[in-house]
Design a protein around this ligand. Structure first.
Ligand SMILES: NC(=O)c1ccc[n+]([C@@H]2O[C@H](COP(=O)([O-])OP(=O)(O)OC[C@H]3O[C@@H](n4cnc5c(N)ncnc54)[C@H](OP(=O)(O)O)[C@@H]3O)[C@@H](O)[C@H]2O)c1
Length: 281
């Protein structure tokens, strides 16, 4: 059966995910009840956007996501992250962190496990050794990093290669309002190493759609002409940059989720792309 949503590869890991997933870092916050979040999750599954990004440090997010996944047990893909705090360097501390995430999520494995940020007393090569051990133990389908620079990605990929494990993804901030990955070599490194770029804060934290700068005015005009919304145009621009990009807009409201999946199934013209590139530079 054709997937509802176009799929994109997590590098050479063999794992394929929808081009558009859901960020859940606000799912643990007060005021977001289980019914409200359940509606977001069900709308995402209905649309084929069944990729959910969480982390042990997003307080309450893994637990809230786990609860929603229990209520609606259709197939879903989960990304979680290990926070490499200074006291965490033993293999046991990595295993314990992963077990904690799995227990909160109510799952036997995660589809992608990331090192949340590169700052660690262990150093990148050692971090990758630990990550490889978790992958070899079978509780993690693919491994990756987050907030890593291009040079750090090369170190990570080379070390994982010793274990025959590909670096699957680097999750970094990327949007029309934050185009650093295009300039700092990260997008280029993703291309060279065949690694997915998971774009976080793709809606600039919800700023997109609010009137303000020349960029916002251009977005609003383009959206109006296409009968789309500014968020849909912004996500379409992002996903059109490269086949390796996966976007994970955060949503705690089902209407936002439904709007965001409307970014799929059509393409901005080359002229529209060029205009957004120019105005957002
Ligand atoms: N790896 C990392 O270091 C890292 C760092 C930050 C974030 N992340 C991940 O990336 C995900 C996304 O980032 P983010 O949540 O910070 O920022 P974002 O996706 O750019 O924006 C999310 C905000 O936009 C709102 N929103 C969603 N759809 C909208 C729409 N169509 N129109 C207007 N507003 C809309 C949401 O509101 P509602 O909540 O009311 O629906 C929420 O307030 C996070 O959830 C997290 O999973 C990763």
């Amino acid at each position: 059966m054709e997937p509802l949503m176009p799929l994109r590869a997590l590098g050479r890991s063999g794992v394929r995910v929808p081009a558009l997933g859901v960020g859940t870092n606000r799912w643990g916050r007060r005021g977001r009840g289980a019914d409200q979040l359940g509606r977001v999750l069900s709308a995402a599954l209905d649309a084929g956007a069944n990729l959910f990004d969480t982390a042990e440090v997003y307080l309450g997010s893994e637990k809230a996501l786990g609860e929603c996944l229990r209520r609606d047990p259709r197939p879903a893909l989960v990304v979680s992250k290990f926070a490499p705090y200074p006291t965490r360097f033993s293999a046991g501390s990595f295993q314990k962190a992963l077990q904690g995430s799995l227990a909160r999520l109510g799952r036997d494995s995660v589809d992608l496990y990331l090192i949340h940020f590169p700052f660690s007393l262990l150093g990148i090569a050692r971090l990758m050794d630990r990550l490889a051990e978790l992958a070899q133990a079978g509780r993690v389908r693919a491994v990756g990093v987050s907030n890593f620079s291009a040079s750090q990605m090369y170190v990570a990929a080379e070390r994982l290669d010793r274990y025959g494990i590909p670096l699957a993804a680097n999750e970094v901030q990327f949007s029309l309002f934050h185009r650093d990955p295009e300039r700092n070599g990260v997008l280029e490194a993703c291309r060279k190493l065949d690694v997915a770029l998971i774009a976080y804060r793709p809606l600039a934290g919800g700023r997109i759609g609010r009137p303000g700068s020349a960029l916002e005015t251009t977005l609003a005009g383009m959206a109006h002409a296409r009968q789309k919304t500014a968020a849909q145009v912004a996500l379409n621009w992002l996903l059109g940059k490269d086949e390796r990009i996966v976007a994970i807009p955060g949503a705690t409201r089902a209407e936002h989720l439904k709007e965001n999946v409307g970014a799929i199934g059509w393409t901005l013209s080359d002229d529209e792309h060029a205009t957004l590139d120019r105005v957002s530079t």
